[in-house]
Write a protein that binds this ligand. Structure first.
Ligand SMILES: NC(=O)c1ccc[n+]([C@@H]2O[C@H](COP(=O)([O-])OP(=O)(O)OC[C@H]3O[C@@H](n4cnc5c(N)ncnc54)[C@H](O)[C@@H]3O)[C@@H](O)[C@H]2O)c1
Ligand SMILES: N[C@@H](CCO)C(=O)O
Ligand code: NA
Length: 430
């Protein structure tokens, strides 16, 4: 039966995502009403710059006082698309205290304070939904949390940052260097004026923390995620990758240990074979590969950023939360019952591609091979290219722990015949 009293929505932030949320709420109003079972009304919009003209938004709804808006008491759902830690965190907890449920796109906040925010939602019997926080429009949080709730997820590996995928794809397809590709990403509006959060992997690490927590029913915070950005990836790395039939992607990888007793979460550039589905993710697209006991391998693909795609995920959450309110129910909250320890990076086991500059003289290869053997790192292939008494030696290993590899590299650096370690890159997806 259709309820006539509308559900009231407060929108916090009216930037790239918020303005699209408001637009879709208006243009799709009739469909949203039918799908929810009651009309949804935009009851207030908190902004920082009230003088700006906002097409389609009644100026009477606009306020600079976000705190007063979330405290009104008649708001059913607060949509937080301000971003950052404060005041978003306080506004969300205040919203719960005053009877509202919350939809947020804020990965930085959820990766840092997700447990406390879920606890606040539970305490007040409200919902906290955030599909837009990870991989934008791509349905990922809900499939992991609900569709796969009966399965056991062992691995989540994905490209969860559009800006860096655009840059790496450009380097791969044109031979451009990092700076040149970044400049193009900035000119096209993909990279922000300060691209640090993207290129240094902070954005992807926040998403990895959220994904690992949900996949493994364990609390994983941003600080638990090992992080390496992609600013050091060179055109030479791409040339090496090509020789191996690989490309380079910035990957977020969340894994359950082989014995099932711990988990790891990490973000770093890695070589992946061209035959792997993630290798064909081009431009600013995102994709996430999930491996589970019963389902096997699943891949989720689509636009991971942008106002309209991100708003699609926000609206999906808004519909779900509104339906819950009408049936006086709440959706699934935090599930951290497994409470598995998060292991340090040293415990991660994978393969490595190491490029060394060495002296081109008898016995060098044997010396290098001995160092690998002494650290228990087994070599898969070695490729050597000589040039004027010096040589470039590319070693690809079998699977070894990060700790063993680090020890190997430290020992290699001490050899007189090793002039330098040109690059170390993990090899994934084989
Ligand atoms: N843009 C994307 O592609 C994308 C994708 C996924 C998730 N997100 C997330 O969505 C959120 C919003 O991102 P965005 O791209 O729309 O950012 P944005 O900077 O375009 O918009 C944020 C808006 O919030 C306003 N604001 C800041 N403080 C405020 C306050 N105290 N009260 C009211 N308004 C305030 C700003 O003036 C700005 O207009 C962030 O958490 C971001 O991580 C964005
Ligand atoms: N800066 C992010 C936005 C989406 O979270 C990206 O490039 O993917
Ligand atoms: Na998503």
């Amino acid at each position: 039966m259709m309820r006539t009293r509308p559900l009231k929505v407060a929108l916090l932030g009216c930037g790239v995502v918020g303005s699209e949320v408001a637009r879709i709420m208006t243009t799709h109003a009739d469909d949203l009403t039918a799908r929810i079972g009651a009309p949804v009304e935009l009851a207030g919009v908190a902004v920082r710059r009230p003088d700006r003209v906002r097409e389609g938004i009644d100026p009477a709804l606009v306020t600079t006082d976000a705190t007063a808006l979330v405290k009104r008491g008649d708001i059913d759902v607060v949509v937080e698309v301000i971003g950052g830690i404060e005041p978003a965190r306080t506004l969300i907890t205040t919203a719960f205290e005053h009877g509202a449920s919350v939809v947020s796109a804020n990965k930085a906040l959820l990766a840092q304070d997700g447990a406390a925010l879920h606890a606040a939602a539970d305490e007040h019997g409200k919902d906290l939904y955030y599909e837009a926080a990870v991989a934008g429009a791509i349905p990922l949080i809900r499939p992991l949390r609900e569709s796969l709730a009966g399965d056991k997820i062992n691995r989540v590996m994905g490209i969860v940052n559009g800006t860096t995928n655009f840059i790496l794809d450009k380097m791969d397809s044109t031979g451009a260097g990092y700076q040149e590709a970044l400049d193009e990403a900035t000119a096209l509006g993909y990279a922000e004026a300060d691209p640090t959060a993207d290129v240094e992997g902070f954005d992807a690490a926040a998403k990895a923390a959220i994904l690992a927590g949900i996949a493994f029913h364990t609390r994983v915070r941003l600080d638990d995620v090992y992080r390496e950005g992609m600013t050091e990836v060179t055109a030479a790395d791409f040339a090496s990758a090509k020789e191996m039939g690989c490309t380079i992607k910035l990957l977020a990888i969340c894994e359950r240990a082989a014995d099932g007793a711990s988990v790891t979460a990490r973000v770093h550039p890695a070589m992946i074979p061209l035959s792997h589905p993630l290798a064909s993710v081009r431009g600013a697209y995102n994709a996430v590969f999930v491996e589970s006991d019963a389902a096997g391998q699943l891949m989720f693909y689509g636009p991971g950023a942008g106002g309209s795609p991100t708003a699609s995920a926000v609206l999906g959450d808004l519909v779900a939360v509104c339906r819950n309110r009408l049936s006086d129910a709440t959706g699934p909250g935090e599930s951290a019952y497994a409470a598995l320890p998060v292991s340090p990076m040293g415990d991660v086991v994978t393969r490595y591609h190491i490029s060394l500059d060495v002296a081109d003289k008898p016995g060098v290869l044997a010396q290098v091979a001995t160092v690998f053997a002494e650290h228990g790192v087994s070599i898969d292939t070695v490729r050597q290219q000589g040039k004027d008494g010096e040589a470039s030696l590319v070693v690809v290993t079998h699977r070894a722990s990060d700790a063993a590899l680090t020890g190997t590299v430290e020992a290699l650096r001490k050899l007189d015949t090793v002039r330098g370690v040109a690059s170390i890159m993990r090899v994934e997806g084989e």
